[in-house]
Design a protein around this ligand. Structure first.
Ligand SMILES: Nc1nc2c(c(=O)[nH]1)N[C@H]1C(S)=C(S)[C@@H](COP(=O)(O)OP(=O)(O)OC[C@H]3O[C@@H](n4cnc5c(=O)[nH]c(N)nc54)[C@H](O)[C@@H]3O)O[C@H]1N2
Ligand SMILES: Nc1nc2c(c(=O)[nH]1)N[C@H]1C(S)=C(S)[C@@H](COP(=O)(O)OP(=O)(O)OC[C@H]3O[C@@H](n4cnc5c(=O)[nH]c(N)nc54)[C@H](O)[C@@H]3O)O[C@H]1N2
Ligand code: SF4
Ligand SMILES: [Mo]
Length: 688
């Protein structure tokens, strides 16, 4: 298609966003001049966000990397000279060979996430390369893994309510998610439900855009969601608003749970969460009396020390009330389980000679790079920007600064991370490549084919890793496989009945193909949990060393309503750095249009906390703790409970500005899934 004449071509949004919108790419004189939504997409229906409407600003950005670079200055200084691809690849293969001989293959570590959600790009040829190399394995737990594991202990299958069904709900609870910014088409669905009389409740630590749109906003203290869910269950059991026949048939442990939640009276839960007791009762009654209540479980509440348990506790609510039985009722954390692909065919773990290779957790990349005993000697970063997105920036920086570390970064831009690379490689955008896309929210599989020529000398991940695999002499057949053949392999998974009928041919003809959702109706009859039922009590969790019943565990760092900071506490405020509206993690943070929309980093602070520190609206402030500092402008606003401060968005560093939220965040791991705990961060704030 790249050679095709100008025109309007179908596309897929490649960003890490649940909506995975169908796009139309308008091409003139060989360039994409406009990106619009594809009105034929059955779920996203032609509407796209402002970020991607302005995508051409990113693809044709004057600072886009056009050719490989080699570092000539100190690490981090951003001084590079142009080299050829031949030189770059020769240096990488030579250095990797040398490292493997001297230190073993596990001295090499890939570091990647989902900067491009294309399956071939991030779960395909790249994986083959690091498998065949025998590199260390990266635990990719930066995003949703605490919550996923919490959900899985309870439900056993990583899928919930279908988006299209949510318009049939009569109560929608958005719990720790900022849908207006992060899942806009779910808002459209919720609006349909609302037109039919549904109420929308938002439970969050921050009156975000979604809370402003809701019928009822319930603010609470960070990390206290489990307590709130237990308090709701206390009321549901006490008032007979549970569904006993449903619990008998589809769950295990309801008697134990009923006993367990007796202690979580509305009064006690009010003290912990900051939500008034009468609101807890009202919420539980609304939930218990609704015909079909839908809970959207967001990512925010699981970026905590107790994040797994928060999701698990919330996931018990539709089970005790039987909301799962009614169309639109139930909950969704993610729907990625329905779209499970053949990862063995894609990633070829069989190419690995050392299946027991060590694991390194991406949330602890700083610590891993500073480890002297088993040092990482070669690091390959792609589809991620750890200097901005990983917790504890100072430690990450010290790791990346190591002179003896050979670092390669493949990206579209000279990101904060790329500035530390020895070799920088230019990446093609998804519109320049063939790839397969699933959604972790809706049920359509989509295909992208190249619409424009590669910009500059850029290469896709598929192309880069297939070249590297061949140059390192790893496995001829695996590294020569065509994109089409890999897509066929990915879709061929007999153990996933939802993939029935999804083929490359159907995708080439229709661009988006719906999963066969018929097995969903039988899901509850035999869930893939140990008991086959929804596990209100989980023996497996107990064996893993955590309470078998959903249990409130206060944050390791920070406060709840019962444990307020002492007067002389050094860090008495909780710092929440959730995503903003116009960036996608740190993507777009370097694009003028998107920067203008966000203006600058802002710290939202409650008037009480501001007055106590002599801070006025618009003042420059410093936020700090023992890990680092973040300098930004204060916005005094009554949008959270006192004691919580909010800064949305992940900004790139500006010369000497100290504007990285993650300078403050801890690299501890959550209770489950080795997840990130970005929001369990205690800080203090002062005027500059
Ligand atoms: N515009 C935009 N869209 C995005 C992204 C982006 O950066 N920008 N990122 C994408 C990615 S990778 C992801 S994972 C998703 C994330 O999107 P969401 O699921 O919406 O999750 P977050 O935005 O991380 O956090 C949502 C909310 O959780 C709240 N929160 C924090 N702590 C707590 C708590 O303890 N309890 C409760 N109840 N709420 C709490 C925050 O205040 C925030 O409003 O969005 C995706 N979409
Ligand atoms: N404080 C705080 N930190 C957070 C979060 C938070 O809410 N608060 N959110 C966390 C979450 S949920 C997530 S998912 C992570 C996300 O963290 P990342 O996955 O690192 O996300 P991005 O910052 O968007 O970086 C993606 C990079 O991939 C590059 N890229 C895009 N396409 C391609 C490609 O085809 N090939 C290559 N080689 N590169 C490409 C982009 O240019 C960009 O630099 O951040 C986490 N960090
Ligand atoms: S970022 Fe999300 S809402 Fe925006 S176009 Fe992409 S998939 Fe759609
Ligand atoms: Mo994420």
């Amino acid at each position: 298609m790249t050679d095709a004449a100008d025109g309007v071509f179908p596309g897929v949004c490649p960003l890490d966003c649940p909506d995975t919108c169908g796009l139309l790419l308008h091409k003139e004189n060989g360039r994409i001049v406009k990106v619009t939504g594809d009105p034929n997409h059955p779920v996203t229906k032609g509407a796209i966000c402002n970020k991607v409407r302005n995508m051409t600003e990113r693809i044709y950005h004057p600072e886009r990397l056009l050719h490989p670079l080699k570092r000539v200055g100190p690490k981090g200084a951003g001084q590079f000279e142009r080299i050829t691809w031949e030189e770059a690849l020769a240096e990488i293969t030579e250095r990797f060979r040398e490292l493997i001989t001297r230190y073993g293959s596990e001295s090499i570590l890939p570091y990647s996430f989902y900067g491009n959600m294309g399956v071939l790009s991030v779960d395909g040829m790249d994986r083959r390369f690091f498998n065949a190399l025998g590199a260390s394995k990266l635990e990719q737990t930066i995003c949703n893994s605490a919550g996923s594991v919490g959900w899985m202990y309870t439900m056993g299958f990583y899928g919930g309510v279908s988006p299209e069904d949510t318009e049939h709900a009569d109560l929608i609870i958005v719990w720790g998610g900022n849908l207006v910014s992060t899942n806009m088409h779910q808002v459209v669905m919720a609006e349909k439900a609302r037109k039919k009389g549904a109420k929308v409740v938002v439970i969050d630590v921050h009156r975000n855009r979604t809370a402003q749109w809701a019928d009822w906003f319930i603010p609470l203290y960070p990390g206290t969601d489990t307590a709130l869910a237990l308090g709701m269950m206390n009321v549901l059991f006490a008032q007979g608003l549970t569904d006993k026949p449903f619990m008998e048939r589809y769950t295990v442990g309801h008697e134990l749970l009923e006993e367990h939640v007796r202690d979580f009276t509305p009064e006690r839960v009010a003290r912990i969460t900051g939500v008034p007791a009468e609101d807890i009762v009202r919420l539980a009654e609304m939930y218990g009396r609704a015909q079909a209540a839908y809970i959207h479980v967001g990512n925010g509440l699981q970026h905590h020390d107790n994040g797994g348990m928060n999701v698990r506790a919330i996931t018990c609510l539709p089970a005790v009330t039987g909301h799962w039985q009614r169309r639109g009722g139930g909950a969704t954390k993610s729907n990625s389980g329905y779209a499970k692909l053949n990862s063995a065919a894609l990633e070829r773990p069989d190419l690995r000679a050392n299946p027991q290779a060590r694991h390194i957790n991406m949330n602890r990349i700083g610590e891993a790079l500073l480890d002297q005993e088993h040092p990482v000697k070669g690091l390959f970063v792609y589809c991620s920007n750890p200097l901005v997105v990983a917790p504890d920036t100072e430690r990450v920086t010290r790791g990346f600064e190591r002179e003896d570390l050979f670092t390669v970064v493949h990206d579209l831009f000279l990101t904060d991370t790329a500035k530390y690379a020895d070799i920088v490689l230019p990446a093609a955008s998804s519109f320049e490549s063939t790839d397969l896309f699933t959604s972790y929210w809706h049920h359509y599989i989509q295909l992208q084919e190249p619409v424009i020529e590669r910009v500059g000398e850029s290469k896709s991940n598929y192309e880069l890793f297939s070249l590297l695999g061949q140059m390192m002499g790893l496995d001829d057949e695996a590294f020569a496989e065509s994109e089409e053949s890999m897509i066929r392999g990915a879709l061929n998974l007999s153990s996933n009945p939802y993939l029935n009928g999804v083929t490359l041919e159907a995708l080439q003809e229709h661009r988006h193909v719906k999963l066969d959702m018929s097995p969903q109706a039988r899901l509850l009859e035999k869930l893939p949990t140990p008991s086959g039922k929804i596990e209100l009590y989980s023996e497996a969790l107990e064996r893993a060393g955590l309470p078998g019943l959903p249990s409130y565990m206060p944050l390791q760092e920070g406060y709840d309503g019962e444990r307020r900071p002492a007067k002389d506490d050094l860090y008495p405020l909780m710092f929440i750095s959730s995503p903003n509206h116009n960036f996608l993690n740190s993507t777009f943070a370097n694009v003028g249009k998107h920067q203008q929309l966000e203006k600058e980093p802002l710290l939202q602070i409650h008037p009480e906390d501001a007055v106590a520190r002599g801070i006025s609206d618009g003042d420059q402030v410093t936020v700090w703790n023992e890990r680092g500092v973040y300098k930004l402008r204060a916005q005094v606003a009554d949008r959270m409970l006192p004691g919580t401060v909010i800064s949305q968005g992940l900004w790139w560093e500006k010369e000497g500005q100290r504007q990285r939220a993650n300078a403050l965040t801890p690299d501890r791991l959550a209770d489950m899934g080795k997840g990130a705990v970005f929001f369990s961060t205690a800080v203090n704030v002062k005027r500059q």
